[in-house]
Design a protein around this ligand. Structure first.
Ligand code: AMP
Length: 604
């Protein structure tokens, strides 16, 4: 494909050509255009079973349908504890435990539609409770286990939680003091390990709770439009938004597991995301189980050497991770991955933030496979845009829409309608044609906020992007993070990617800083790789590199060196917080803030 237009900095990276015939397993999506043309959601439904008597239930598709057939004794969950202990649950066992949990909920008078909150680390009971609650047609809301009392209280109050499953430690430290503020909470189940100390009043132990359940429980008739999951996503300010998802979403999980993650029967699949976030639910629980693969769960947090060992020892074949982790591995260099055997790894993907071209290439260098970036958000419930196993990767691009998904770049008009931008590589808002099964069905209690996300047939994502001549999408930035300088719209992703090309730069985040002449100028916050020290000379060198790559208008005017960047617990850099701090503005909702930045103070 030739074009007279100038290529962007991101597009200057060489394309990674795929030779599908050389791949160890024949990918499900071989011919992108033909698969898209032939695709229909109705036909894709054939990959699911459906409840006996009709209807669709996520838990039934994920486990119960496998529990009596050829996969009954196959390992569904392979769990590796923080201390190295292991537990394996077959499909039959996971199904039986989930049904027992569902039956125990009923025995404790928990009815269909009631909300079950999960506040647990990545322990086997989390998976049992999630699948059990869905089997009982309760609505599941997973919470990240590092949340403090306030975000927990807000979410349980908003979601009118009836049940909470947690651990004694988390209960004592985070919930006990706020319990009186949560009148809807009738049942608190504690997952105990080892010796049981005296249990806090108003709680019940997991074993005692489960003992009231029976192995025989019939999943009730479930309409595909019945509410299944409630995922909270934090707004920039104010209350979090509760994105509501229905059982029909499982069809998206199935289709994206097939095409975007290329799951095959023999796979050992590892999604590193915590189920406290949507990725850890859609792809850490549902999609791999729907496909009947072995789903690896690692309780411990990120540690590069541990991860390399797990990839090798567990013979992981498909790996789904995130740019933050990739950048942390890059910081140590590809040499740190040498000496491990990653020959079983067939496909690796990344989501959650833009993946810099450097990150894609690091995959090739360290693991022999590029990372395949894909894009989606809490509201979409599943992967919408992806780089696929058999198709070429353009480093820096998030790929092309999945079969069944229509994506476009649009501009909002003054009258509230949107216009589709047809010209290649012209910036606009990323929009998706309504109607895919896992589309959120509302924000809890906020009808107006939900309505504002749509214009005609389009769902507006709030992200800015471009689309090239071949239909690949290129992320520009979240609409809130885009910088306007001297009449130009500057996307943080391209600037950050250019900075990351510099050998001293491990991570970068840029913001717009008010400027009397240009409106805004670009300011960069940079974390250095080990072995580099902040200095005026290095600052000039990095600025010089950025100017060469981006030109004087787009390149940062200022650089601050930092030890780290503020990020959410799900790993996203919080540019808005960098900006608020820089400008002395209110910091807004910090409930999802994990690590914090500290200036090195090394440079003037
Ligand atoms: P959340 O709903 O919290 O999962 O956040 C979704 C947002 O993360 C998206 O709207 C994007 O701004 C960002 N995001 C997720 N994946 C990608 C990606 N592959 N490239 C760029 N941005 C991404």
């Amino acid at each position: 494909m030739t074009s007279l237009r100038e290529r962007t900095v991101l597009e200057s990276w060489p394309r990674i050509r795929k030779r599908p015939e050389e791949l160890p397993v024949r990918p499900h999506l071989l011919d992108y255009e033909a698969t898209r043309a032939a695709f229909s959601w109705e036909a894709a439904r054939a990959g699911l079973t459906g409840l006996p008597g009709g209807g669709l239930n996520i838990a039934f598709e994920a486990v119960h349908r496998h529990a009596h057939g050829a996969r009954a004794s196959k390992t569904a969950l392979r769990w590796i504890g923080k201390d190295g202990s292991r537990r394996e649950l077959s499909y039959a066992e996971l199904s039986a435990e989930a049904l027992r949990f569902a039956s125990a909920l009923r025995a404790h008078a928990v009815t269909e539609g009631e909300r079950v909150f999960l506040l647990l680390g990545r322990v086997p009971e989390l998976y049992v409770a999630m699948l059990g609650s869905l089997s009982a047609k309760c609505v599941v809301s997973p919470l990240f286990s590092a949340f403090g009392p306030e975000p927990i209280a807000t979410r349980i109050r908003m979601g009118e939680g009836a049940v909470l499953v947690t651990t004694p430690e988390l209960y004592r430290r985070r919930v006990e003091a706020i319990r009186a503020q949560l009148p809807s909470l009738r049942l608190v189940i504690l997952v105990e390990r080892g010796e049981t100390r005296e249990r806090p009043p108003g709680t019940i132990g997991w074993s005692e709770f489960s003992a009231r359940g029976e192995g025989a429980f019939a999943v009730p008739p479930t309409d595909p439009e019945d509410l299944a999951l409630l995922h909270f996503t934090s707004g920039t300010t104010g209350r979090p938004k509760g994105a509501m998802h229905v059982h029909a979403a499982v069809l998206t999980h199935y289709v994206t597991g097939l095409y975007a993650l290329d799951l095959h029967e023999e796979d050992i699949f590892w999604c590193t995301a915590d189920p406290g976030w949507v990725t850890g639910t859609s792809y850490g629980v549902i999609a791999p189980l729907v496909h009947g693969v072995t789903n690896l769960v690692v309780e411990a947090e990120f540690d590069a050497q541990l991860w390399y060992r797990i990839l090798q020892d567990e013979k992981v074949t498909v790996w789904y991770t995130a740019p933050t982790a990739i950048r942390m591995m890059m910081k140590l260099g590809a040499e740190a991955a040498k000496g491990y055997d990653f020959s079983r790894l067939r496909f690796s993907a990344s989501v959650g933030e833009p993946l810099n071209p450097e990150g894609v290439m690091f995959g090739l260098e360290a693991f022999g496979r590029p990372f395949h970036d894909n894009w989606w958000q809490t509201e979409t419930g599943g992967i919408m845009i992806a780089n696929f196993a058999a198709t070429d990767v353009k480093p820096g691009s998030m790929g092309r829409p999945l079969p069944g998904i229509e994506a476009a770049i649009v501009r909002r008009e003054a009258d509230g309608t949107v216009r589709v931008v047809d010209e290649p590589m012209v910036e606009g808002e990323l929009a998706l044609k309504k109607g895919w099964p896992s589309m959120f069905r509302g924000y809890l209690g906020e009808e107006e906020r939900y309505r504002k996300c749509f214009a005609g047939d389009w769902y507006l994502t709030g992200d800015l992007a471009k689309k090239d001549e071949e239909g690949y999408f290129w992320f520009v930035g979240r609409a809130d993070d885009v910088i306007k300088s001297a009449g130009h719209l500057i996307g943080p992703f391209e600037v950050e990617s250019a900075l990351m090309e510099h050998p001293a730069v491990a991570e970068a985040a840029v913001i717009g800083k008010p400027d009397p002449i240009a409106g805004e100028v670009v300011k960069a916050f940079v974390v250095l790789r080990p072995g580099f020290r902040a200095s005026e000379e290095l600052r000039r060198d990095v600025l010089g590199h950025a100017r060469k790559r981006l030109g004087p208008v787009v390149a940062p005017k200022e650089i601050d060196f930092r030890d780290g960047l503020p990020r959410t617990r799900s790993g996203k850099i919080m540019r808005r917080l960098l900006k608020a701090r820089e400008l002395g503005l209110p910091e807004g909702d910090l409930s999802t803030l994990e690590s914090d930045e500290r200036p090195t103070g090394a440079a003037p």
